[in-house]
Design a binder for this molecule. Structure first.
Ligand code: ZN
Length: 198
């Protein structure tokens, strides 16, 4: 190996798993058929969004022991994790594809891994999609549910998914699940969930 340590390390981590949203696969992809089957597997908590759009589905790869699907749950204590694993295996086995699921929790899932179409589906579903986490600090991935904006005291305006108004206010930092905050639109008066970035 002629490459220096830094670049070979970067190569290793980037070939191991992608960092960021995963676009719909093209027919030229080696695992196109598998990716296409997995498009039907949705987030157990948000059934309008599939695992790829949520950024949970990270990779499909061939290993020495067979086909492997890598998922990263939205947070490590996610109660839906085993259901997602089952859903992936079932969706594939129905089509005669045998695969095992590897649940990988590092690097931690980020709302930045959600695809643009996933964000739009969230909004249409009535959940305000997360702002970019936009925080380069590695600490951000550790303190997953602490609001990053508390220290600075400034929160970006969250647009109402119903009417688009930015005249909204947070009524509870924890909404229907820990990863969402409850907001209320001061324009149309509708309450809604905001998917917190992290
Ligand atoms: Zn509104």
């Amino acid at each position: 190996m002629q490459a220096n340590a830094t670049s070979s390390q970067a190569q290793l981590s980037s070939s191991a798993l992608p960092d960021g949203p995963i676009a719909l696969k093209q027919p030229s992809d080696a695992f196109y058929a598998t990716w296409t089957l997995l498009e039907s597997v949705t987030d157990p908590e948000i059934p309008v969004v599939n695992l790829r759009e949520m950024g949970i589905l990270r990779a499909v790869r061939q290993t020495t022991t067979g086909l492997e699907v890598v998922i990263t749950p939205t947070y490590s204590g996610c109660p839906a994790m085993s259901q997602m694993e089952d859903d992936v295996v079932n969706a594939l086995s129905k089509a005669g594809v045998a695969a095992r699921v590897l649940t990988q929790i590092a690097p931690a899932w980020s709302t930045d891994w959600m695809t643009p179409e996933g964000r739009e589906k969230l909004r249409a579903y009535g959940i305000a999609p997360p702002h970019p986490s936009g925080c380069g600090s590695p600490v951000a991935n550790v303190i997953q549910f602490a609001s990053k904006k508390v220290a600075g005291g400034e929160r970006p305006a969250v647009a109402c998914p119903q009417c688009g108004s930015l005249n909204t206010t947070e009524t509870s930092h924890f909404g229907s699940t820990a990863c969402k905050a409850l907001y209320r639109c001061l324009n149309c008066l509708e309450p809604f969930d905001y998917f917190k970035p992290y």
